[in-house]
Design a binder for this molecule. Structure first.
Ligand code: FES
Length: 108
């Protein structure tokens, strides 16, 4: 049995139902996240473009790069790093794990 602190740290995002190469938007408390399955490795980033608030999860996704649908800024999903203008600031990344078929994210 997990101790109380361990249980509190992780937020359940629901079933691990993304196929490799897929992504979607999910709510986690007051945050909107973009969740990705990169060939079996799961990643979560803030679903907000650091240029002007675009919803990254609605952009195109190829390899490890998500492209903002508003003005074309690109972000590296594993690191959140801004890869090109007009974004220069990274978007937040959050640790993810899959346990018993559920996706868990740490928002700390
Ligand atoms: S809001 Fe994303 S590139 Fe401008």
């Amino acid at each position: 049995m997990a101790d109380a602190n361990e249980t509190e740290k992780w937020t359940d995002l629901g079933p691990a139902d993304l196929l490799p190469g897929e992504h979607k938007s999910v709510e986690a408390g007051w945050r909107n996240l973009a969740l990705f399955n990169l060939n079996g490795t799961w990643h979560a980033i803030e679903d907000v473009c650091t240029h002007d608030g675009g919803e990254l999860s609605t952009g195109s996704f190829e390899g490890t790069t998500i492209t903002c649908p508003r003005h074309g800024a690109q972000f590296d999903v594993p690191t959140g790093k801004a890869l090109c203008f007009p974004a220069v600031t990274p978007t937040a990344v959050f640790p993810v794990r899959v346990e018993n078929g559920r996706v868990l994210v740490s928002l700390d």
